[in-house]
Structures are given as structure tokens and as C-alpha cells.
Design a protein around this ligand. Structure first.
Ligand SMILES: Nc1nc2c(ncn2[C@@H]2O[C@H](COP(=O)(O)OP(=O)(O)O)[C@@H](O)[C@H]2O)c(=O)[nH]1
Ligand SMILES: [Mg+2]
Length: 217
């Protein structure tokens, strides 16, 4: 892609995310999902990785997705919808890897997510959030395997890059990419973000605009 269309996608993304974003639906089971409409992108990651903060930063809304200091609380798929005509929804997935979660709960999470990923034609991509300070944990790798078995492409988004030294970022990204080479469903580019400083938000918004275009929206 050339620089002109990059700039154009960033500007389109800025406009779409400057619009009105609202909560539309919460689903605790596969039977209670909202009817498919437009394109959806979902955000997955360990509890506390910064999913809710990222959705707030993307939409410039502090309280849109509740951020919580109590990990592992949300056990629902939460849907947010952008301005009319944008045709875009964001899905906040329940966090995984909460240390105190009982095995049955983990199994229920995996089953819900697996069904969601298999049956959701409107779902264009899953952004898998990874804390830039910690990189991949074993539980993340387990989740990547779940995603590999699904029909949906996924991409890694590093969070909280304001918490690491700028000089460390390239090696963190290289380490992630080395692991991704073993996961064919993974999109090879890694997005580096901070909800605190806003770093990476224009690029992430633009990436969604690109997906919308590829879908012919
Ligand atoms: N420094 C910093 N802290 C962040 C960032 N994103 C999230 N946090 C903090 O990390 C904690 C968990 O964030 P939250 O969005 O609730 O994570 P979730 O469980 O994945 O939804 C909160 O205390 C946030 O303020 C970031 O980009 N930089
Ligand atoms: Mg959250």
C-alpha cells in the first residue's frame, strides 16, 4: 500500500471513531448473540491486558467499556456499535487466564469463544492483546491454538507500550513474530499501542478501515 492510501485510511478511521459509539448488546451465551449486521472486530486477551482501556481509547470515550481493577469479571461478549453507515462493531471478549478461575469456567470460556469464532460470518478479525511488558504467556499460546482452529484471522496488538523503554519495543515485536511464524492463521504484522498515550490508535483504526474496504463496505 502506498503512503497516500495509508494517510487516507488514517483519516477515514479518525472520522469514524470520532463519531458516536455506543454499547448495544451483551451476550453470555452463543444463543443470545445480536443478529449479524455490518462488520465486527473482536478484542481478546488475558484479564487486565487492557482490552477495555483500548476500546475506550479507540472511541475517545472514557467510560464506554468499563475498565476494572478486578480481573476476570466480565464473562460476556460485549458489543459496541459505531455511527450509522460506518458498518462497524467492536466486540469486547471475556478475559482469559485469570489465575483463580476454576477449570470449569475456563472450559466454558473456550467453548463460548470457539462457537463464536466458527459461526460468525460478520467477524472479520480478532485482535489478540498482549502486554508488551510480558510477551506471550502459556495461556496466550493455548488461545492462539483455539484461534488457529477457527475460520477467523487474528492479529497481535501489544498494549501498554508506555510501560517499556522505546528501545525494547523492536525486540519485543521480533519475539512475538518468531512465535507467530508457527501460527498460520496469524496476521504477521504486530500493532504496538498505548491507551495511556494514544500511541498506535490511528494505525489500529486505519487497519479496521482497511478490513472494511476489503469486505467491500
Ligand atoms: N500504563 C498503562 N496502563 C494501562 C494501559 N491500558 C490499560 N492500562 C491499565 O491496566 C489495567 C487493566 O486495564 P483494563 O482495560 O481494565 O483491562 P481488561 O481486563 O483487559 O479490560 C487498568 O488499571 C488500566 O488503567 C496502557 O496503555 N498504559
Ligand atoms: Mg475489561
Amino acid at each position: 500500500m502506498n503512503a497516500t492510501s495509508d494517510a487516507e485510511l488514517i483519516e477515514t478511521g479518525r472520522k469514524v471513531f470520532a463519531g458516536d459509539w455506543k454499547f448495544i448488546w451483551a451476550a453470555g451465551s452463543i444463543e443470545t448473540l445480536p443478529p449479524m449486521d455490518g462488520m465486527e472486530v473482536a478484542f481478546a486477551g488475558r484479564s487486565n491486558v487492557g482490552k477495555s482501556s483500548l476500546i475506550n481509547a479507540l472511541t475517545n470515550r472514557n467510560g464506554l467499556a468499563r475498565t476494572s481493577h478486578t480481573p476476570g469479571r466480565t464473562q460476556e461478549l460485549i458489543f459496541f456499535e459505531g455511527p450509522p453507515n460506518a458498518g462497524l462493531r467492536l466486540v469486547d471478549m471475556p478475559g482469559y487466564g485469570y489465575a483463580a478461575a476454576p477449570k470449569a469456567k475456563v472450559a466454558a470460556w473456550t467453548a463460548l469463544i470457539h462457537k463464536f469464532l466458527l459461526g460468525r460470518a460478520s467477524l472479520a478479525r480478532v485482535y489478540v492483546l498482549i502486554d508488551s511488558r510480558h510477551g506471550f504467556k502459556d495461556v496466550d499460546i493455548e488461545i492462539l491454538k483455539t484461534f488457529d482452529r477457527s475460520a477467523v484471522s487474528y492479529q497481535i496488538v501489544l498494549t501498554k507500550i508506555d510501560q517499556i523503554k522505546a528501545a525494547e519495543l523492536p525486540e519485543r515485536i521480533a519475539a512475538i513474530q518468531a512465535t507467530l511464524a508457527k501460527h498460520p492463521a496469524a496476521f504477521p504484522d504486530v500493532l504496538a499501542t498505548s491507551s495511556e498515550t494514544g500511541a498506535g490508535m490511528p494505525e489500529l483504526r486505519a487497519a479496521m478501515m482497511k478490513l472494511l474496504r476489503e469486505r467491500g463496505a
